[in-house]
Design a protein around this ligand. Structure first.
Ligand code: UFG
Length: 327
């Protein structure tokens, strides 16, 4: 298939581009390199440098003109978004612009050009604080941070467009994405990370003297937040399967992508100390606004519908794949 990957030079997008090329698809990347890295771009893909918020460019691209490939796209996969839940509580306007407005414009242009298949990076952050665990796809969606709200609004828009315009969408609700390509093909590190694991790695590698653990008074086994960490290579296989499902089954998909296994912040730090063979200095500080105590998924629906299961997301393997890049 002929696929447009928006944000294909970014942390998650670059892993999916490799997987799509490995599966024999024809890939065009649109990326503005605001956080994406040239060194992570798979040379097999066609690269268009530009901003998805440049609607003239996006219009031409979806028309097939600027893509360098024949005709337009069978499917669009969209990664170009902001993703720091904590930051979204301080700078919501950035998230309105980059996540909401940009995606709404994209959907409208896709409809104009008759492109019906859309794989969207949604998030566990759409659920908010769990009412029960593990969280399945039917769990109420009541986000407690603005980031999660932006993802929820897009999910709801996709549902309407499915009914009104024949959009076929996959809303993939990632839990906590981490890890680096197990084949070692992607080695460019995220700059100024806000997520736990890259920060732990920067401390282990010595580029950051110490880190903070945000809160130790949560109702969890050691007082720190529990998250369900999922390896990016596993996310990558799920995207390819979801995209192929949309094309072959002609039905929408909403899936959790996770392992069903949760780890506390302190457990993650301890595992990293074991893998890296060095201490990871950390201070316990106040809670970060917008953090639910525990996010752990039921991931059976992905297995049943698209035959997907995490294979690289064991915490040790996940940390090792990151340490290979950061050491
Ligand atoms: N944390 C720290 N110190 C840090 C960074 C994070 O203690 O320096 C803690 C956080 O407070 C949280 C946990 O580590 O308890 C995980 O935090 P992340 O920032 O890594 O991830 P979040 O759970 O906030 O959010 C991530 C992604 C979102 C996604 C969500 C889904 O950033 O895009 O997982 O679960 F929606």
């Amino acid at each position: 298939m002929n696929i447009l990957v928006i944000g294909g030079a970014g942390y998650i997008g670059s892993h999916i581009v490799y997987e799509l090329n490995d599966a024999g698809h024809q890939v065009t990347i649109l990326d503005n390199f605001s956080t994406g890295l040239r060194e992570n771009v798979d040379a097999r893909a066609t690269l268009v440098e530009g901003d998805m918020q440049d609607l003239t460019l996006l219009d031409r691209l979806l028309d097939g003109e600027a893509s360098g490939s024949a005709g337009t796209f069978d499917s669009v996969i969209h990664f170009a978004a902001l993703k720091a839940a904590g930051e979204s509580m301080e700078k919501p306007e950035r998230y309105t612009r980059a996540n909401l407005i940009a995606t709404m414009n994209l959907l409208n242009l896709m409809m104009r050009h008759g492109i019906k298949n859309f794989v969207f990076s949604s998030s566990a952050a759409t659920y908010g604080s769990p009412e029960y665990l593990p969280i399945d796809e039917k769990h109420p969606q009541k986000p407690i941070n603005y980031y999660g709200y932006t993802k929820l609004v897009i999910e709801q828009t996709m549902e309407w467009y499915s009914r009104l315009k024949g959009l076929r969408y996959a809303a993939l609700r990632y839990f906590n994405a981490a890890g680096y390509d197990v084949q070692g093909r992607i080695t460019g590190k995220e700059q100024n990370p806000a997520n736990l694991l890259p920060i732990v790695m920067e401390v282990a590698a010595g580029s950051r003297p110490k880190m903070q653990v945000f809160g130790s008074d949560y109702p969890t086994r050691d007082g720190t937040c529990i998250r369900d960490y999922i390896h990016v290579n596993d996310l990558a296989t799920a995207h390819v399967k979801a995209m192929e499902y949309l094309a072959s089954e002609n039905r929408d998909l909403t899936l959790n992508l996770a392992t069903g296994e949760g780890y506390t912040v302190l457990e993650v730090i301890k595992e990293a100390e074991r893998v890296c063979g060095r201490p990871i200095p950390h201070d316990i500080t106040d809670r970060r606004p917008g953090d639910p105590a525990e996010l752990v998924a039921a991931s059976g629906q992905a297995r049943e519908t698209i035959g997907w299961k995490a294979r690289h997301s064991d915490l040790k393997q996940l940390v090792e794949s990151m340490w290979n890049v950061y050491k």
